[in-house]
Design a protein around this ligand. Sequence first.
Ligand code: GLU
Length: 255
Amino acid sequence: MRIVVKLGTSTLTHKTGRINIRRVEKLTKILSDIRNEGHEMILVSSGAIGMGVGKLNLKEKPDDMATKQAAAAIGQCELMYLYDKLFREYSHMVAQMLITAADIRDDETRQNFQNTMNRLLELGVMPIVNENDSVATEEISVGDNDTLGAVVAKNADADLLIILTDTDGLYTEDPRTSENAQLLDIVFNITPEIRNLAGAKGSKLATGGMLTKLNAAEIAMEAGIDMVIANGTRPELLYDIMDGKKVGTKFIGKK
Ligand code: GLU
């Protein structure tokens, strides 16, 4: 299987923006093991801005574009340094790919992106994709990494997109405020009712929320790709997903 795993800022960092070492070590170990089973793996990793904020010791995510882009440039470095180091422990090679929406809109750069991605996978390397935040302005950016994950899955012709986040999946109500909230385990169509279930965004350092995950699901499903939203605080769930067990919320791609 060719799998795209999207890791959110809330999964990778503490609230301070500093790296969650225990979590990331566990994740890289399990992802390496799944690679060892013979699956092809592409990561879409957030956390550049969050980690830049942490490294610069800023109190919160900056509002102005220049500081945000500077934080992304700093954090992206740190992020790739960590992935390179941790995956190396399990003998896996990683490669950084930074793109914007403009790169995907343009036929030539999209083709280049696909060629490089396919070549990396043939070489047994794990591509790690993020938005090129240090140059991306609103007009040319994908905007959030959930959507980016789906765009990457579609362009890489993936079989499965897994979005790891800080909640178990899509609920009938906000589980942080309602005791009656129930997890939806399977979704066949993004209806207006389903869209209504998406609340506001989650953590302070993150960009997306459930709404961007539903946008991602729509793109993936349309491209015939299944998507799973699962809780990134429990990286071992990745094994269960690969074993076809019921985990989080699964969105069924159009076949
Ligand atoms: N590209 C952003 C970053 O790496 C994250 C965007 C998102 O979380 O949706 O910080």
